[in-house]
Ligand binder design. Structure first.
Ligand SMILES: [Zn+2]
Length: 54
């Protein structure tokens, strides 16, 4: 499991936790997140997220 961080606002998507607000079950890998996903804080696209080492 990895975490992905929005480069614009710093919001983090945690694969282990998923994102219930956006229909992403816990354990949903970033690769399986729909391309239509946008940052819930600032609205940027998936391409503007970077992997965070934990
Ligand atoms: Zn953001």
């Amino acid at each position: 499991m990895k975490q992905w961080q929005c480069v614009v606002c710093g919001w983090i998507y945690d694969e282990a936790a998923g994102d219930a607000d956006h229909g992403l079950a816990p354990g949903t890998r970033w690769a399986d997140v729909p391309e239509s996903f946008v940052c819930p804080e600032c609205g940027v696209a998936k391409a503007d997220f970077v992997m965070v080492e934990i």
